[in-house]
Design a protein around this ligand. Sequence first.
Ligand SMILES: [Zn+2]
Length: 639
Amino acid sequence: MRLAAARTGIVCGIIFLLCGTVVRGQENAPIKLEVDLRDAVKRVYHANMEFPVKPGKLTLVYPKWIPGEHSPTGAIVDATGLHFRANGKEIAWRRDDVDLFAFHCEVPAGVTSLEVTLDYLLPVESGTAGVPSTSARLAILPWNLVVLYPDGANSDDVKFAPSIRVPEGWKFATALQMSAGSGAKEGAVQFETVSLTALVDSPVLTGAFFKTYDLAPGQKIAHRLNLAADSSAATALTNAELQHMRQLIAEMDTLFNGAKHYRHYDFLLALSDHLQPNGLEHHESSDNRAPERMWLDPDAFETLADLLPHEYFHSWNGKYRRPAGLATRNYQEPMKGDLLWVYEGLTQYYGTMLAARSGLWTAQELRETLAATAAYLNDRPGRTWRDLEDTAISAQILYSARSGGSSWRRSADYYDESTLIWLEADTIIRRESKGQKSLDDFCKKFHGADASIIKVAPYTLDDVVATMNAVAPYDWNKFFEERIHSHGPGAPLGGLANSGWKLTFNETMNDHQRADEESEHAIDVSFSLGFGAHASGGDDANSVIDVIPGSPAANAGIAPGMHLVAVNGRRWSPDILRAAIRAAKNSTEPIELLLENDDYFRVFSLDYHGGERYPHLTATGGADVLSEIAKRHAPAVEK
Ligand SMILES: [Zn+2]
């Protein structure tokens, strides 16, 4: 879909004089970019760009494939107010008929500078076109929302001189460094001139309630946690929480033998219920979004404890080392996600283990999380038609897939299922090397070279296998091939068995699931009746989220999207539903559920008498390798 022709002087050849071009290769003439965030609370960002140009045809493009999102998620629909001007006069532009992210124009003779203005309208709710990045008290600026750049250019070669204006009294943080001696001129903050790659890699977090914590006091390389929240109270960490975050920095230092691929590292964490919880990795920072009460509500924290470790690990795995198919030369070139089970999967594994190593999770919380993960993956009939690799190849469509039907469709399973696969790989290295080596040694070799250099080192599956073999010889090619192409039955649970644990079920609620249910206002009876439902929340209230094919609920005829009304003749609530499951255990009567399906009501009889079932890990009596992996590895940071 993208216009392929790179408009360089060479390509244009003999029609060079007619062929408009942005003057590149002139390091002292970057594209000037001013972004005004002062209307952030009205959900508009204003951008003004000045391109050094030559007369002739010119095509500018809006970023489409966004790094870390692995998808063509560029929010073109909300790029508005577009004007091209030269010497104060309007220049006509025309959108490409096929590639809607491209804008063509003709630069008149004598013109050396093209002014482009653009407004980006921020959505209130997540939908098909972008995600919210503002609340009434904070804003996040991913620069790709507000830039155009020359079609065909390598994003490393395009230089920007960016500046921002933030709302009165708001503070900000970004991995970009302020340009020397610039200060705040007329309220604008000027940053260093950087490549488009570095610009898109360095979002800005700004807000009225802002707090920065030093995560590595006294150390040469700064590590900071920058919080912007919808209230002042939400920015307060306890001493224990701060200590865990500092331990995380120490753990990563130990894991990678001190190798770092950043000048400094800034966690940007926006705490607002008006954002979608998410994290996006960058080399020198990460754009993290979580509920306002993340540090205040233990349930919210329990479900998000691995967010910051995950995004931080990405600085090495994903930003520095990147699958060749994701290491594209600009933001219009399509990405190939087949190795996301390494990019995201290894990161998910280490995000989980580092949350435990740093104390953000207790060993028990880690086990409950792994049990919940293993149980839902083990129950996914979708694997009979779709292997794990296909979930990775399909990343760009699966990220936006709805929850209904997910056990048959499958989701972005290359995150969680790869946690189980990399756990198994870790236990095999430990076994084969008689305890001398572990997956940490793979990380040191694979991610630790070229220490302290910011760059992208692409890799293939062969490179992964070769490094695994260098750590512990084994048939790693076969190991990975079998797991990414498996059609089941069941999830890969070998890592749990090798590490001294097995997946079991009893009637006691799983702690991680309980925290999930509390923060999501939902109930999950997947392992007994076979479905989950929203307990409250707007239009979704009482709706069935998903039904596992072959489960008692599915066999009775219940489907996603129906609305739960009553249990055994009484208006339903999570407690009433659970009580009915318990009561049916000692009865021969079916559980009767009244559901509404598009204005029609029907009673469904579920002949289920197995009682409540929740997943846990139970020790097998073998060596507890899991606790060995999850224990603190770095020296304890001082309180
Ligand atoms: Zn990730």
